[in-house]
Write a protein of this length. Structure first.
Ligand SMILES: [Zn+2]
Length: 384
């Protein structure tokens, strides 16, 4: 129902069946030197935890769950070229294909890709029909690196891009996409590079082009072409930009750009890989200092151990206390703030309607908490 405080989450368990395998980081390769290999960063565990925190966390009473669906092949052509879709279909028929570095279309992956695309389309349709203001497509594999003619960065189909086309084809004249994944949303930018109907904004680390599958630089001079000139806004940020830097970029660049564009629909593309886990860093730093002191002065070491234990106890207590109020992200309050900023924009320009699409975020446990914080930003706005 329109105006409902619910966040409408679109999800399907079948999306766990994209098996990306093991290797040295995301290579899928085992050179034979190691006993224990990494799970591919884009694995089902990260999504399982996102599902469970939304089902069992404090936001759970405010979430309405919807089942996702497969996209039809005919629905893919709004964003992707026919030849590329054919290549993916053939790759699936042939038992899989390495589409590019670290991006494996394995047996079952194509079915899951269609499920991610279709589920995102269902979420957008839900919002377009006014059945709910905020819909969140909890999908994998991610999509924002997938370009009209090629896969990239674990992505095969551009889920958000397909949803944008659905909005345009349903009467929305202008759509704004804000991408806060830590990587450049190159696929989405590429898909709408010549369009003045879609404003694509990406805040990302300044990683530049990373190979043939990702020729875009993500730099500020990629502004769009033709009618689309001025409708792509890249905001590369230095590593360690932090909360206040993101807030500054949002308030001085993103918000004014959206205010000028006046979109009829906003799509927020979220990746929790832009978060940090400072608790662990604090603990590791203190441990390192203690070990260094132990080498030089045993008495001082014993005293410092007491101080260490007190500090960590207080830290733990504070963390638990704040978590109990579910401002869970001690060092990621900005995720919540971004949620509030985008909510305000959606309220002003799209009657509160907003589609949120899941992208990256590879820390298996922390990403789930970050997701909770992000969605909390919207629920706070909706529930107050
Ligand atoms: Zn990413």
């Amino acid at each position: 129902m329109a105006g409902s405080p619910s966040i409408h989450v679109f999800w399907h368990e079948g999306m766990l069946n994209h098996d990306t395998g093991y290797g040295v980081f995301d290579t899928g390769e085992d050179p034979g030197f190691l006993d224990v290999l990494d799970k591919h960063p884009e694995n089902s565990d990260r999504i399982k935890n996102m599902v469970s925190i939304l089902k069992r966390g404090p936001l759970s009473p405010f979430i309405t769950w919807h089942s996702g669906r497969h996209a039809l092949l005919s629905e893919l052509h709004s964003f992707h070229h026919q030849d590329y879709v054919n290549e993916l279909v053939e790759a699936d028929k042939n038992g899989g294909k390495v589409m590019c570095c670290g991006t494996f279309l394995n047996p079952g992956s194509w079915d899951v890709s269609l499920l991610a695309a279709g589920t995102t389309l269902s979420a957008m349709k839900h919002v377009l029909e006014g059945q709910g203001n905020i819909a969140y497509a909890l999908v994998r594999p991610p999509g924002h690196h997938a370009q009209p003619t090629r896969a990239d960065g674990y992505c095969f189909l551009n889920n958000a891009g397909l949803a944008v086309h659905l909005a345009l084809n349903s009467g929305c004249e202008k759509v704004a996409v804000v991408d806060i994944d830590v990587h450049h949303g190159n696929g989405t930018a590429e898909g709408f590079y010549m369009s003045n109907k879609v404003l694509t904004i990406s805040l990302h680390m300044d990683h530049g082009s990373w190979g043939p599958s990702h020729p875009q630089s993500g730099s500020i001079d990629e502004l769009g072409e033709g009618q689309g000139y001025g409708y792509n806004l890249n905001i590369p940020l230095p590593n360690g930009t932090g909360n206040r830097g993101y807030e500054y970029a949002m308030k001085t660049l993103v918000v004014p750009a959206i205010q000028k564009f006046e979109p009829h629909m906003i799509v927020l593309v979220v990746g929790q890989d832009s978060s940090a886990t400072r608790e662990n860093i604090l603990s590791k730093c203190l441990t390192a200092i203690l070990l260094m002191v132990m080498l030089y002065d045993v008495k001082l070491f014993v005293n410092l151990v007491y101080i260490y234990l007190i500090v960590m106890s207080l830290h733990f207590f504070t963390f638990k206390l704040v978590r109990s109020k579910w401002k869970a992200m001690l060092d990621d309050g900005w995720l919540l703030e971004i949620g509030q900023i985008i909510s305000e924009l959606a309220k002003k320009y799209s009657s509160g309607s907003l589609l949120i699409v899941q992208e990256g975020g590879y820390h298996v446990t922390y990403s789930a908490y970050c997701l909770h914080a992000t969605l909390e930003g919207y629920s706070t706005y909706r529930l107050l």
